[in-house]
Write a protein that binds this ligand. Sequence first.
Ligand SMILES: *Cc1c(COP(=O)(O)O)cnc(C)c1O
Length: 368
Amino acid sequence: MPHEPIAVTRSSMPPIEEYFEEVSGLWDSHWLTNMGEKHAKLEKELRDKLDVPAISLFTNGHAALECALETFSLKGSIITTPFSFASTTHAIVRKGLRPIFADIKPDDLTLNPAKIEGLIEDDTVAILPVHVYGNICDVEAIQEIADSYGLKVIYDAAHAFGEKLHGKSVAAFGDASMFSFHATKAFNTIEGGALTFMDERIKQRADQWKNFGIVSAEDVLYPGGNAKMNEFCAAMGLCNLRHFDEEISKRKVAVERYRERLDSVKGLRVVKPSPGETSNYSYMPVLFDEDAKRDRDAIFRTLEANDIHPRKYFYPLISDYACYESTYDSNLTPIARSVAKRILTLPLYADLPISSVDRICDIIENEM
Ligand SMILES: *Cc1c(COP(=O)(O)O)cnc(C)c1O
């Protein structure tokens, strides 16, 4: 009997009746966007969930990240990781700043604090690390460097929604964090995102920025963009948030099965968060050894041939993209360069059956 195809992810959705109920009032109010009732409710619920002084919702995570850079009025260079999604570096470049790539740690693949200091230049104004796969960065070491050089720290926390480190919300580190609520993320609003701030006063600027810099009906302070979350997306968020903990516990079961099966397989390593972290089980990254019998690309092809669709997150490295390769040399970040060639992100979502996890592991085990 042929198997169903298995995609790398599958968006979480609430029961359809629950969503209908949530949006039905919009047919009375006819208030579809511009910080309506759903927007206000979701903002409040997420501020509580993430346990932060302030939060602003956005149309997507990328716009939120660009807004963060603008809100702190940053000019000059920013130290960041090349091992991420395009958005991280693109935001820096699109805001007229210059990225400086630092290497990653071999264990959890986050920005290596030991590589930051030597790269700081006269015009360096911030550090933009990524909690990649939800692995929380070495936040203390990064903050220490930032403090001694007077740098802002803005986290790309797109993968880290709902996580904690030693009981403290992931959003409580640095000056600001960006979350993505894209359909493929652990918590989604279809498309959406948020910025969280440790200084409540910054929120006002972000709120103005996402609405053309409009302060009041006759007052426009600066040329902001348009990045408001609409009511239908906010309503989706309200519904998905009710099911978030349950979704995460289902993901956990799948991840634990993967780990149980793959931990003993020679030639690869399951990439895990650091101890002390409450994970959201967003991704299932495995790293193939340099001298493995079968390499990443071979396993990728075999899985594809079985209608199983993992992704090479994150390959290529951002610094190797056609738009950056003539400016940057990825040999300067050797760990990131090597990891990008050996990493594979396996299918994972809340409703992924354990039998599918087993089938994927059987194939990998047989090949290695
Ligand atoms: C998804 C993602 C983003 C961008 O989020 P969008 O909501 O899709 O704009 C940024 N950084 C990382 C690491 C991501 O995975």
